[in-house]
Design a protein. Structure first.
Length: 206
């Protein structure tokens, strides 16, 4: 048995199970503090662009600070409520989103983020994985939006993500994640997902 803490700092006891199980009760989307993380990210990006937090000596030592560029293949890609979840496995990166010129779905880069290709369709918000498998779900912060757009749209694939298929979820898990954390008990990879409006859920990979 494990003990974790939910978003309200309440201790929750959970059993290990090789399927998605609820680890805590519901909470409203606005309680998750997504706006604060977005503001912090924007502030950091603004300081980097202006150079206000970087000295001239640091620029000479680390020229990559001023070499930001937009990668190819992600033009127009958007994320639910500004919540982009990247997953990296070695030099391969994955991200999901909607409204890209190439369409909604899951995108992969095999050259450290320089170029991206869509490898799966349907809406996606978060991509995560283990050394064996990849997973993706769609979620939206505002009431009803995620359900109206087809629910979590849970997809899975074996590494390296060439072929994706629809996964199965409990009926109560009808809203996708804000974020997913990965850990291990030494034998199994364990995922704990903070799902919009449906609480904390846990999955033990077989």
């Amino acid at each position: 048995m494990n003990i974790i803490f939910n978003m309200r700092c309440q201790a929750v006891k959970i059993q290990r199970a090789s399927k998605w199980v609820r680890a805590s009760g519901h909470w409203a989307a606005h309680e998750l503090g997504h706006d604060q993380s977005s503001v912090r990210a924007r502030d950091v990006a603004k300081r980097l662009r202006s150079g206000s937090s970087v000295t001239s000596d640091q620029r000479q030592e680390r020229p990559w600070i001023e070499s930001w560029s937009k990668p190819s293949g992600l033009q127009g890609l958007q994320h639910p409520h500004d919540n982009a979840g990247f997953y990296q496995n070695g030099t391969t990166l994955f991200v999901a989103g909607i409204a890209a010129e190439s369409g909604d779905g899951i995108y992969r880069s095999t050259d450290l983020g320089g170029n991206w290709t869509r490898i799966a369709k349907d809406s996606g918000g978060i991509v995560w994985g283990s050394t064996k498998n990849l997973y993706a779900m769609w979620g939206w912060a505002r009431g009803g939006c995620g359900l109206d757009e087809g629910g979590p749209q849970y997809q899975t694939a074996q590494q390296p993500g060439d072929t994706w298929s629809k996964g199965k979820l409990p009926a109560e898990l009808d809203w996708g994640p804000n974020s997913v954390a990965a850990t291990s008990d030494g034998r199994h990879t364990i995922f704990v997902g903070s799902m919009w409006a449906t609480g904390l859920w846990r999955y033990v990979e077989p």
